[in-house]
Write a protein that binds this ligand. Structure first.
Ligand code: SF4
Ligand code: SF4
Length: 180
């Protein structure tokens, strides 16, 4: 059986239908933040016209190094009042066509060929084969994009030195000094 068929079949067994509860946009379900890569940030900038500083913040878990060096990897969508800044009052995503992979595939993710399931009231609901195939295709594209990003970040990380006393963010495009 092809990989896509096997994953799609598994998703059909699990079942999923979004209940439009919006919990995954409010930080109740997506643990701390929606992680976004530079290409995803580009798409949101293109869709909204907003500056990047209005869209993302550094991933909030910093690693402390010697001589005051601090670093983190990647960015998260901004939250305000405990919800994503792109969540409208009526529960819509205002950047729906440009939303990140995590949002497109929630509550699922792939770890190799294993499916990881996050908290979501839609899990267990009936899903059509077509919907399961579409979701699987998205999951595989997300996995591919994440693997590419990870390799690029590793290259950037190994080829940069963090200046003394600085706090930086590493992503696939480089090392970003955020203050200090
Ligand atoms: S994916 Fe799940 S948590 Fe998110 S809005 Fe749909 S039902 Fe709610
Ligand atoms: S980008 Fe859209 S789908 Fe993703 S968390 Fe924000 S409002 Fe929800």
């Amino acid at each position: 059986m092809h990989r896509i068929e096997a994953i799609s079949r598994e998703i059909r067994k699990i079942g999923f239908q979004c209940q439009q509860c919006g919990a995954c946009c409010r930080g109740e379900e997506k643990a701390s933040c929606v992680i976004v890569s530079p290409p995803e940030i580009d798409r949101i900038i293109e869709a909204t016209g907003l500056e990047r500083s209005k869209i993302v913040v550094p991933y909030p878990e910093y690693i402390e190094s010697d001589e005051g060096r601090r670093f983190t990897f990647e960015w998260c969508l901004k939250n305000e009042d405990g919800k994503c800044i792109f969540l409208a009052e009526d529960g819509r995503c205002t950047i729906y066509s440009a939303r990140p992979w995590i949002c497109r595939t929630y509550p699922f993710a792939l770890d190799g060929d294993s499916i990881i399931i996050s908290e979501c009231p839609g899990v267990g609901e009936a899903i059509t084969p077509e919907e399961a195939d579409a979701l699987t295709a998205c999951l595989l594209k997300r996995q591919e994009a994440e693997e590419e990003e990870e390799i690029a970040v590793e290259e950037v990380f190994s080829s940069h030195t963090i200046p003394m006393g600085k706090t930086v963010v590493f992503d696939s495009r480089g090392m970003w000094s955020i203050h200090g």
